[in-house]
Design a protein around this ligand. Sequence first.
Ligand SMILES: NC(=O)c1ccc[n+]([C@@H]2O[C@H](COP(=O)([O-])OP(=O)(O)OC[C@H]3O[C@@H](n4cnc5c(N)ncnc54)[C@H](O)[C@@H]3O)[C@@H](O)[C@H]2O)c1
Length: 453
Amino acid sequence: MSQHSSRKKFLQKITAGIAGAALIPDILKANPGLYSEKGLQLKKYFSPNDTIQIGLIGAGGMGTADANTAITIPGVKLIAACDLYDGRLADAKKNYGNDIYTTRDYRELLQRKDIDAVIVGTPDHWHKDISVAAMNNKKSVYCEKPMVHDITEGADVVNAQNKNGVVFQVGSQGMSSLGNEKAKELLAAGAIGKLNYAEGFWARNSPEGAWQYRIPEDASEKTVDWKMFLNKYSDRPFDAKRFFRWRCYRDYGTGVSGDLFVHLFSSLHFITNSKGPQKIMAMGGLRYWKDGREVPDILLGMFDYPETAEHPPFNLSLRVNFVDGTGDNTYLRLVGSDGSMNVEWDKVTVYHNKSYAPVDDPLMATKLGKEMNSRYERKKMFEPDATVFKAENGYKGAHFDHFYNFFSAIREKRNVAEDALFGYRAAAPALLCNDSYFTEKPVRWDPVNLKLI
Ligand SMILES: NC(=O)c1ccc[n+]([C@@H]2O[C@H](COP(=O)([O-])OP(=O)(O)OC[C@H]3O[C@@H](n4cnc5c(N)ncnc54)[C@H](O)[C@@H]3O)[C@@H](O)[C@H]2O)c1
């Protein structure tokens, strides 16, 4: 088969796969509203000139970054903030105006009729409860990744989204980037041939990068609602380290895989149209940041993606290293039979092998024989080794695009880039990676029916 016809066939297969992707798993069969226009029963329809009023729940690092991006979208106004640490509420007033409503209790914020949508920027162990409560109060929700803290929590979020017919977006912003879109288009067009492997990597080498955040001097049980922070997890005396460096503890965070792998899953699943891997294995260790944390600082994950209508079978390897002497560095790379591509949010680089002639390939041997017998060995035209697709100058970036997508879905009553089902499928392998690491066993997952096997 010529390379051209193999690419053409691959393209046809991919296109057929998109139609096949309409298969709806059990969790949706019960509530098919999500995929129908009727499903989005927003309490009011927003015209392009209406203001969407938002509340921020969890006004820390990412919540503030999210709110700052959200309010750059025309017609979006932040009118309330909720946090468990008074210092963050004071900062919110400084950032968004003295007149915004502030509270320590998210339930009070959710009662307000003048709030149309909320950003959930709390630690992971609060995502499910607050998102579900918000949707039950008919608020649209932008929830930070990973969508859930535990594999068992996903169905509640999907069901709340479907039942309430509100817009729900998970905050893996890379998904909405120009880079992800271009990679998806290039893969479908056969730019790297048949996908067989993907890999991703995150390297860090600093206390801040390894989650040793600064603890404010006034941190105490007076300035922090410690009991609320604990949620349903073990009661214990106030511990500022646990509160401000929550990522290090399993009750509140989801380790390096929930924090970082999840971004790579979101992008990869978007680019390949995949629902997820069926086998997950992880290994790693706590090598350097021995500050009482309960999770490894080096983690390797291996994932097996079965053949589906959407993509050929492939393997994925992901790594995080918080003790990497080369410092900050990250990548996502997809490898296929004809080349590879590195995917960044504003850039995609496609690499091609110049030539490859396996000696035991009979077709190639005949071709080489003919070439040797001919009098004139005409040279070939080579494609460039690397083709770079770069975003135009002034591109506002993935974060803006993801929020633009969220607010457009609210205004135009349509689906978002990363709804609850997608978010669950992106979070699941990241969470199961932790399970594999701690149990020292491979984990089997059914990504279509969302079940552990
Ligand atoms: N999309 C991204 O690129 C990205 C980047 C960083 C963090 N995140 C995600 O954002 C979330 C927050 O991370 P962060 O780095 O901003 O943490 P952070 O500690 O800086 O902020 C979390 C805030 O939530 C508050 N909080 C805790 N429980 C709360 C509750 N029940 N109600 C209200 N407020 C509560 C805390 O007081 C704190 O101010 C995490 O889920 C993380 O995974 C996403």
